[in-house]
Design a protein around this ligand. Structure first.
Ligand SMILES: [Zn+2]
Length: 303
């Protein structure tokens, strides 16, 4: 029994290393779903075999540890050189093999399979990674989320904050119970879970309330500014550049302006309440932007 509990815990840890946690992905998908045109709504439901978007939003994380899908693991993020705060497609997404390239590739696969086109329509370097339209859709839903997590376009040396052990202040209500806590996990899960605590039980549906709250706060002006249109490569480059910008300015830096990193002092790596309150605003911005942009992308291609 104890052994099976430990195994389940390790599986849980392994599945959360490189992604917004389940709640983040479900929130993004839910915001997007409410912003689809009626045509896009119908098409995506057909492609997903009747499932709604939030129920498939974490599929890409659950399969990437399996032998069949292990090739997809590097598609969840982008490594940029240590200390750099910009994304260069040519430098950081060789052969389209990063989250930006994956969005382009699977968006294309969704569209071409719907139009009954041939494989030759997929002209980028990822041709060998052709998947079914439903799997392509699940990847797009997930990866538009991942590219908005600032530490998914981040430094290679600390694996996007995965190697930076941190301590959390009184704001945390969960993560500290399972040390060591790393910076990447704080951005994937801990801040979202801490805020969601206010919604009480049942815990399983807290994300639904958080999604509704964030969605209701998005103004028309913001939605227009974030995603007037989806334009393929230019869009994913913008999203990744914004992400690494926030990684540099807010994720990697503590509120005293010192870097949190794998060599950081105990003081530099202590994330107190002022870190949580100021950075949660960025987490919320990125969840909202991802939801709006995912909807815009789907509205454009599912016509
Ligand atoms: Zn992911």
């Amino acid at each position: 029994m104890l052994l099976s509990c430990i195994c389940m815990y390790l599986t849980f840890l392994a599945s959360t290393v490189h992604a917004w946690g389940n709640d983040g992905h479900q929130i993004i998908a839910q915001i997007a779903q409410t912003r689809l045109s009626s045509t896009a709504q119908k098409r995506i439901t057909d492609i997903l075999g009747g499932s709604n978007m939030s129920s498939v939003a974490t599929w890409a994380d659950s399969v990437r540890k399996t032998p069949e899908w292990s090739w997809s693991a590097p598609l969840h993020f982008i490594n940029v050189p240590d200390g750099d705060c910009s994304f260069s497609y040519t430098r950081d997404c060789k052969k389209d093999f990063c989250v930006a390239g994956a969005i382009l590739n699977f968006t294309k696969q969704m569209t071409s399979s719907m139009m009954n086109s041939t494989d030759s329509d997929i002209d980028n370097e990822m041709t060998t990674l052709k998947v079914a339209a439903s799997d392509a859709a699940k990847f797009v839903i997930h990866f538009v989320g991942d590219i908005h997590q600032p530490l998914h376009t981040a430094w290679k040396g600390d694996r996007g904050g995965n190697d930076d052990v941190v301590t959390l202040g009184a704001w945390d209500n969960y993560c500290t119970r399972y040390p060591p806590v790393n910076l990447h996990h704080v951005w994937d899960n801990c801040m979202i879970n801490a805020y969601e605590n206010k919604f009480g039980t049942p815990y399983e549906t807290q994300w639904v309330k958080y999604a509704a709250e964030l969605n209701s706060k998005i103004t028309t002006t913001q939605a227009k500014k974030w995603a007037s249109t989806y334009s393929g490569k230019t869009s994913v480059e913008t999203w990744a550049n914004e992400g690494v910008g926030y990684a540099c300015s807010s994720a990697y830096k503590n509120t005293d302006n010192q870097y949190i990193d794998s060599k950081g002092s105990t003081t530099d790596n202590a994330l107190k309440t002022d870190y949580y309150t100021s950075r949660l605003k960025i987490v919320e911005l990125r969840l909202s932007q991802a939801g709006v942009r995912l909807a815009t992308l789907l509205n454009k291609i599912l016509v």
